[in-house]
Design a protein around this ligand. Structure first.
Ligand SMILES: Nc1ncnc2c1ncn2[C@@H]1O[C@H](COP(=O)(O)OP(=O)(O)OP(=O)(O)O)[C@@H](O)[C@H]1O
Length: 313
């Protein structure tokens, strides 16, 4: 690579958000947020309730204007060029976005007819487990079925870019697995994906994670980059509230042992295989089974909680 292509050129990032601001009256929901989504990759926005994720996605989808900063999507201004952009993006509308009286199959086939090179709606009905409700009015679908239909409507136009706001909310584990497979296939086909989720295991499979809090980016990178740990740390899980004094006495001088969150333990010092053995025998004497014994980095959940706090806001 000799340089970064200009925005608007074929190879520019699918999404470029620079210093985005979005305000609702006196509430500054998005406060100078920047990130980009390369083509053919998946980026996940995570953050506490009210952090500004949906507001950000709405600006990228062209459903809301930016109050400051800039947003380019597939080289376009999504608010001013929404008409040109819409056919190239897939948006997962919540159930209320569809005609509630329309039937599931009808709705999907209609959307396919409106697209230049759609996916086969029959394939989507089958793969998303909607065949048996194809004649059911949308208003009668269960929450998880409505979510699956919503994903089908986002995918049917074969978009270059997919926006998914909490796509698996309300879905059972089987449906979540299918969504994961569909998104992975879309990525292989070169589709860029921007999604939000509160399920951090879903974020762990993304190419990039952007952690948002109070309208700002507090960290971003690949899951591996975000969770890379300092050396000299050993983590494990066990029942909360263990007395750590026996462990400290068994470890050489210079070690620390703490419980940073209930049931999550951290040993810090010149960690080596003997440290793991000491932890295992401490747990055996305490009559508890350790799990997740890990000398690597922190989990994404721990990084997230460290950065955004543990208090409900
Ligand atoms: N239409 C609106 N009018 C007024 N305030 C709004 C509106 N939409 C969002 N907000 C406020 O903007 C802030 C950001 O909301 P947003 O929905 O973007 O957060 P979020 O990160 O998507 O949250 P969640 O995880 O709960 O979906 C919140 O304080 C919210 O109350």
């Amino acid at each position: 690579m000799t340089g970064v292509p200009a925005a608007g050129a074929g190879r520019a990032d699918a999404i470029e958000v620079v210093e985005l601001r979005r305000r609702y009256g006196s509430v500054l929901a998005v406060d100078g947020l920047s990130f980009s989504v390369p083509r053919g990759s998946t980026t996940v926005l995570i953050g506490p309730n009210g952090a500004g994720k949906t507001s950000t996605i709405e600006c990228c989808e062209g459903f809301a204007p930016a109050d400051g900063g800039s947003v380019r999507v597939l080289g376009m201004d999504p608010w001013r060029e929404a008409g040109r952009l819409r056919p190239r993006i897939g948006v997962m509308l919540q159930a209320g976005g569809a005609q509630p009286a329309a039937r599931t199959g009808e709705m999907l086939r209609l959307l396919a007819r409106c697209s230049a090179r759609p996916h086969d709606p029959e394939w989507l009905l089958d793969v998303l487990g909607l065949r048996e409700v194809e004649r059911t009015p949308i208003r009668r679908l269960s929450g998880g079925q409505a979510q699956r239909l919503s994903l089908a409507t986002a995918l049917v136009g074969r978009p270059e870019l997919l926006f998914l706001d909490e796509p698996t909310a309300g879905m059972d584990p089987q449906a979540r697995g299918i969504v994961r497979e569909l998104l992975s296939a879309a990525r292989t086909d070169g589709v860029a994906v921007l999604l939000t989720t509160h399920l951090l295991d879903e974020a762990e499979t993304a190419d990039q994670v952007v952690i948002v809090d109070e309208g700002r980016v507090v960290a971003q990178g690949s899951p591996a980059e975000l969770t890379a740990g300092a050396s000299g740390q050993l983590r494990f899980r066990a029942p909360a509230g263990l007395d750590l004094h026996p462990l400290l006495s068994a470890l050489p001088l210079g070690f620390r042992a703490t419980e940073p969150a209930p049931g999550r333990y951290l040993v810090e010092g010149p960690v080596d295989p003997a440290t793991a053995a000491t932890v295992a025998s401490f747990c055996a004497r305490a009559g508890v089974m350790p799990s997740g014994l890990d000398a690597g980095g922190r989990s994404l959940e721990e990084v997230y909680l460290d950065l955004t706090g543990r208090q409900l806001r």
